[in-house]
Design a protein around this ligand. Sequence first.
Ligand code: GLN
Length: 450
Amino acid sequence: VSPQEVVSASLQRIAQLEPRLHALIRLNPQAEQEAALVEQRLARGEHLPLAGVPVVLKDNICTQDLATTCGSRMLADFVPPYSATVVEKLRQAGAVVVAKANMDEFAMGSSTEYSAFGPTRNPWDTERVPGGTSGGSAAAVAAGMVPLALGTDTGGSVRQPAALCGVYGFKPTYGRISRYGVVATASSLDQVGTMARTVQDLALLSDVVSGYDPMDSTSLEIQAQFAAALQASSRGLTIGLVKEALAVGNSPGVLEALERFRSVMEAQGVRFVEVSLPSLEYALAAYYIVNTAEISSNLARYDGTLYGLRVPGEDSTTTMMQSREHGFGPEVQRRILMGTFVLSSGYYEAYYGKALRARARIKADFDRAFSQADLLLTPTSPFPAFRLGEKTTDPLSMYLADIDTVAVNLAGLPAMSIPAGFEGHLPVGVQLIGKALHDEQIFVAANAFE
Ligand code: GLN
């Protein structure tokens, strides 16, 4: 089949399912022309690892000449003057961006219900959420609109929706995928992540988008070897079961999936040991302090002046206030207020300073655990997909959906959500966490399980 045929099949599938799922914010009107160009490049003999493969991008990844909204009224009309490095890398590899995917506003949330453009529905059960904040990307992959998608993961936003939609979701070690051209939420936590329905597809995509980028000062100079890692055997690996993550309130299907993962892997020669991360209990609190602090500073740029929504007032102060009030939804406003509070003088030491110390202890706990095991196993989410509206009235209950994922971002580690079973008709994922820079080892294990 030709790139044009593949892309038009993807567009047909989107046309068929999008009215029910609302996984996307905008189609790329150039997709078919771009597929034709890929066809010409193939004819010239170019080597294109993702020739004609349709992908969707979370809508906080900048695409030149194609609106990038961040799921917000603030950026509803923002058309970036350049593309993110990951988008350039995808195009070089021959992939075709067919659409921008729905997301929680500015990547804050766990259900994609905080999008200013309305929620996305879970393809397995349209009364339920797809998870978030990359819920549009996960739903698009799960529904077969596209085989590959990019999301971003600040506290679990690739892994948790992947788990709730029954697909693979990978967040690399901090610095392995460029953040250039990705709209910042909380810069010390943000990473681009990959989604696919198989480990092989996930590895191909991860190879293409990873690598050093001089435009991102936190980018690492490491050669990606994800596809190559699939040749390696998992025999002899040791996986640590994280005691604290298994102890608390996991639903029955999640516990079964963990058991199943363990028995399949043991049959492949993988050894399991119990490890302890005593500081894990502080992860959620530390995360929501660091996250909101960085959000309050990063989102200060939306002042109604340079770009983004402008609601003019009689002077610049009222213009700024009105633009931010109308541009940002309630969760974004809540985070900016919290972040401003934890950074304010007099409270800085009590909150932000303490959160940084907790972050250091969590990192140290991981280091200790990794002296006993190559990889760590936890649930990705304590429960499968919840109902639309179930958690929107209580922000704290929404924050609890991240209990298994946020520590990984605080420590900058790589992790993957692996589809590992069902609870009733709803998919369940397990999470494998790797040592910093040993991202490929996660793929070795995931491949053995698949
Ligand atoms: N749910 C988490 C939050 O709201 C994670 C978000 C993310 O990873 N972007 O902060």
